[in-house]
Write a protein that binds this ligand. Structure first.
Ligand code: ATP
Ligand code: MG
Ligand code: MG
Length: 580
């Protein structure tokens, strides 16, 4: 794995380690967590958070918990839990300790819903101690009384409720005596909390009534804790040391600290309690990273599903052909900081190419086929040609494929009337003979003519070959040609569906400034072609990656490939097409 570069989070951890800030018997000095809400599929932005949290834990000999923040019963489902677990594993991270902890715990997969009872009891404590009250205003009243930035709010008429009265109401809320929205439980932070310049400190809601089925706790609860209440407590219960989140949570930190300090003073937690630190979220050009917007693309059938290879979801990137290592490399390259900005898509693609180049076996594919007939090549004859599986790793062996008198070449490798600097196949014209090119790993040929149909479309190109020009033989040195094209034998080629993907949006910042991202969809984000591949490609296994020479990197689609009949996705072109 790449050498980690310094960043402000590493510095904080190093300082804490040196000072022994979080030293506790039987626990690692660094415990982080990745806390997704199971309400959608993970995307490349989450990958950054995963790499930050699991990566720091790994680098400092700590551990990272995968915790489902599953406190909103309406939007959460087991399907999402399963895919998130799969995605984190696929990215290469583990929440299992090689050895059991002192307390016998080995697997650090957690669910906030496992803490419902503890969360509830702590809420009762807060009420009893005067730090929370039941508010019976309507949602509209609460909103109106909250004030605004620069404008103080108004105390709720229920703020003065006695703890006994609030406690009785809260117990009745839990017992199911009220409808959704009839009451909520709010924190009571200080006398003038409703004038706090931080809106999150104006007596935030900590429990609400929701008569809804929860994917794990079923119908056991009809009151559910709010995220801002659940999150700090879950962190503290799990002995998290560094709670790392994105910058939008900076304004939530005062409540995080207040809540844990209050509960620690009440004897629920030992000091030191977890500390929250924020870093900037990933914004990637030509991509939207918001579960809600990605869901819109799925629900409106703009893409084929969460794992459509154009989606920036982890399942989409995986199906597209991205490797876990390329995503980790990308996260290492972009680093972490507090500076908001956009990362260019070329950084992600560059990481991908750097990872795939040494790994991917080479192969030949003709994507837009045109027939090439070698008129002086004996019909029925077949000569074996070979080339390395990988040009830099001879130990990986060679692949062989036959040359015959009829081949497929790329349509763009022939030009009836050549433009300046065009060195591929061109027909004889006047006194000028047809051009000569090398059929890569085969022979040198000279173009002799072409056929056209009634509509003027070129249907075949004709050439003759030089029998002593075969690549790898002595005679080949006598032929100096400028053009070098790839080909496959029409007799043995594997016909295959190849999907050519492009960016999903034409606008580099599809949703910046509240724009409707659906207005900048790229209509050419998917082109499906019937291609001819070298015969060995029939053995390609799902998820196997190749570099199709001159075209880019391709993967056998993990969903649609069948034994002997792979379907390929273009992962990326060979060169950067994103920077203009
Ligand atoms: P979305 O806005 O896409 O719904 P979310 O933040 O609501 O994402 P969560 O499931 O709560 O989704 O995210 C889990 C973690 O991933 C959070 O700690 C969040 O900060 C982090 N995260 C989400 N999006 C990004 C991003 N674009 N860059 C970095 N981290 C992210
Ligand atoms: Mg969230
Ligand atoms: Mg969100």
């Amino acid at each position: 794995s790449p050498t980690p570069s310094p960043n402000f989070l590493r510095s904080i951890i190093e300082t804490d380690l040196a000072a022994g800030t979080h030293a506790r018997a039987g626990l690692p000095p660094v415990i982080t967590r990745f806390p997704p809400e199971p309400n959608g599929y993970l995307h490349v932005g989450h990958a950054k958070s995963i790499c930050v949290n699991f990566g720091l834990a790994r680098d400092f000999g700590g551990r990272c918990h995968l915790r489902f923040d599953d406190t909103n019963p309406a939007k959460e489902e087991q399907e999402y839990v399963d895919t998130i677990i799969d995605s984190v594993k696929w990215l290469g991270f583990s929440w299992e300790q090689p050895l059991p902890d002192v307390d016998g715990v080995r697997v650090h997969l957690h669910y906030a819903s496992d803490y419902f009872e503890q969360l509830y009891l702590m809420a009762e404590y807060l009420i009893t101690a005067g730090f929370a009250y039941v508010d019976s205003q309507s949602a509209e009243q609460i909103k109106a009384n909250r004030g605004d930035f620069g404008k103080p709010g108004t105390d709720s008429p229920f703020r003065g409720r006695t703890p006994a009265e609030s406690l009785a109401l809260f117990r009745d809320m839990r017992a199911g005596k009220y409808k959704d929205g009839e009451h909520i439980l709010r924190a009571k932070i200080s006398g003038d909390a409703m004038a706090s310049p931080n809106m999150n400190m104006r007596d935030p809601a900590i429990y609400r009534i929701r008569h809804a089925h929860h994917h794990r706790t079923g119908d056991a609860w009809c009151v559910y804790p709010m995220y801002d209440y659940t999150h700090p407590i879950s962190d503290a219960l799990e002995h998290i040391t560094h709670s790392l989140c994105t910058l939008e949570f900076q304004d939530h930190r005062p409540f995080y600290d207040w809540l844990l300090a209050t509960l620690a003073a009440g004897g629920f937690f030992a000091q030191p309690v977890p500390r929250q630190y924020e870093f900037s979220r990933l914004n990637l050009t030509y991509v939207v990273t918001s579960k809600r917007k990605l869901r819109e693309l799925v629900d409106s059938s703009i893409v084929s599903g969460w794992d459509d290879p154009r989606m920036p979801t982890i399942v989409g990137l995986r199906r597209r052909g991205y490797t876990p290592e390329s995503i980790q490399l990308f996260c290492e390259r972009i680093g972490v900081s507090k500076a908001d900005g956009w990362i260019d898509m070329s950084v992600l693609e560059g990481s991908l190419r750097d990872d795939l180049d040494p790994k991917a076996a080479r192969a030949t594919a003709v994507l837009r086929p045109l027939k090439l007939v070698i008129d002086n090549f004996p019909a029925g004859q077949s000569v074996a040609c070979s080339s390395p599986v990988h040009p830099h790793f001879p130990e990986r062996g060679v692949r062989t494929f036959p040359i015959t008198n009829t081949l497929w070449i790329e349509r763009e490798d022939f030009m009836e009337v050549p433009s300046k600097g065009y060195f591929r196949l061109t027909p004889p014209s006047g006194d000028t003979p047809g051009s000569r090119v090398r059929l890569r790993y085969g022979y040198v040929v000279e173009c002799t003519g072409f056929d056209k149909d009634a509509d003027g479309n070129v249907t075949a190109v004709h050439c003759s070959y030089f029998a002593d020009s075969k690549s790898g033989t002595e005679g080949s040195a006598n032929y100096k040609v400028k053009g070098n094209i790839h080909w496959v034998s029409a007799d043995t080629a594997l016909e295959a569906e190849v999907r050519l993907y492009d960016r999903l949006f034409t606008d580099a910042q599809p949703d910046a400034g509240g724009k409707d991202f659906k207005l900048t969809l790229n209509p050419d984000a998917l082109e499906v072609v019937t291609a001819y591949l070298e015969p060995g490609m029939s053995e390609a296994q799902a998820d196997q990656r190749f570099q199709f020479e001159r075209h880019g990197y391709f993967v056998a689609d993990r969903v649609d490939s069948r034994p002997g009949k792979p379907v390929f996705n273009r992962i990326t072109t060979l060169k950067d097409s994103f920077t203009k």
